[in-house]
Design a protein around this ligand. Structure first.
Ligand SMILES: [Zn+2]
Length: 237
C-alpha cells in the first residue's frame, strides 16, 4: 500500500483511494478528515484494515502528523467518522492514539469495564444508523481495574452495580487453576477476554438495530484487547 501510494501520488482518484484506506494527505503525509464521499466508499473491512495499520504505527512509534488546526477547522463542517470504539475509561488507553486516528475519525464511548450500558447502546445505534460508521469495536485491555474489582466482588457506591455486569464473564472462565481473584494475572486476562466476548454477544442480543446492520453487511462488530506493555491490540475472533 505504501509503495502504491508513493508511486501514484498526485492523481485525484488515487488521493481518494489513499484517503479511504489510510486517511492521509498524499503530498504531506498529514492525517486528513474523511468527507461524506470517502465515508460512503469505505467498507467495514477497509476500516478494520485502517485501524489495524494505525495500531501498528502507534505500537512502533510511527504515528502520522496530527494536523490538529486544519482538522479542527474541517470538522466544523460536519463529521463522517468510520468506527465506534467502546473502551474502558482507563487513563493508560488513549483510544484515538492507539489507532493513530485524528479529529473526526472515530466515536469513542468509554465506561469502566467497556460494557454495553443502555447509554452506550443508544450511542452506538446513532453512530451506525445515523452517522454512518462501519465498525463497532469493543476494546478491553490488560490489567483492567474494573475487571479486577469485579473478580474481587468490590462493593462501592454506584460502582457495585456496574461491576456486577462483569460477573457473567467471570463465571464463563471455567477450569482455571489457581485463585479466581485479582491476584491471579492469568485469570484476570481470561476474564478481560471473556468480558469483551460477552459484551459483543450482548450488543447483538440487545440491539436489533445493530444486529440487523451487521446481518446486512453494513457494519462489523469486533473485539480486541489492548496490551499496556506493547501498545498492540489483539483482535478477538
Ligand atoms: Zn479497564
Amino acid at each position: 500500500m505504501k509503495t502504491l501510494s508513493i508511486a501514484l501520488a498526485g492523481a485525484t482518484a488515487i488521493s481518494l483511494f489513499v484517503a479511504c484506506t489510510e486517511n492521509k494527505d498524499s503530498a504531506t503525509g498529514a492525517s486528513i478528515q474523511p468527507d461524506a464521499e470517502v465515508q460512503k466508499a469505505l467498507t467495514p473491512d477497509a476500516v478494520l484494515q485502517d485501524l489495524t495499520k494505525g495500531n501498528e504505527q502507534y505500537a512502533t512509534g510511527q504515528v502520522s502528523a496530527p494536523n490538529i488546526a486544519a482538522r479542527r477547522a474541517e470538522a466544523t463542517k460536519g463529521q463522517f467518522p468510520k468506527a465506534y470504539i467502546l473502551s474502558c475509561v482507563d487513563s493508560r488507553v488513549p483510544v484515538e492514539q492507539v489507532f493513530n486516528q485524528g479529529i473526526g475519525d472515530v466515536f469513542v464511548g468509554r465506561v469502566a469495564g467497556n460494557i454495553e450500558t443502555d447509554e452506550q447502546l443508544g450511542s452506538m445505534e446513532y453512530a451506525a444508523a445515523v452517522a454512518g460508521i462501519k465498525v463497532i469495536m469493543v476494546l478491553g485491555h490488560e490489567s483492567c481495574g474494573a475487571v479486577k474489582g469485579a473478580c474481587d466482588a468490590v462493593k462501592l457506591g454506584n460502582l457495585t452495580t456496574l461491576l456486577e455486569q462483569i460477573d457473567p464473564a467471570i463465571a464463563s472462565v471455567e477450569g482455571h487453576d489457581g485463585e479466581r481473584n485479582s491476584k491471579n494475572k492469568d485469570f484476570v486476562a481470561n476474564v478481560v477476554e471473556n468480558n469483551v466476548a460477552t459484551t459483543l454477544t450482548d450488543i447483538r442480543k440487545r440491539s436489533e438495530v445493530l444486529s440487523n446492520l451487521e446481518k446486512e453487511g453494513k457494519i462489523k462488530i469486533v473485539g480486541g484487547v489492548y496490551s499496556l506493555q506493547t501498545g498492540k491490540v489483539t483482535f478477538l475472533n
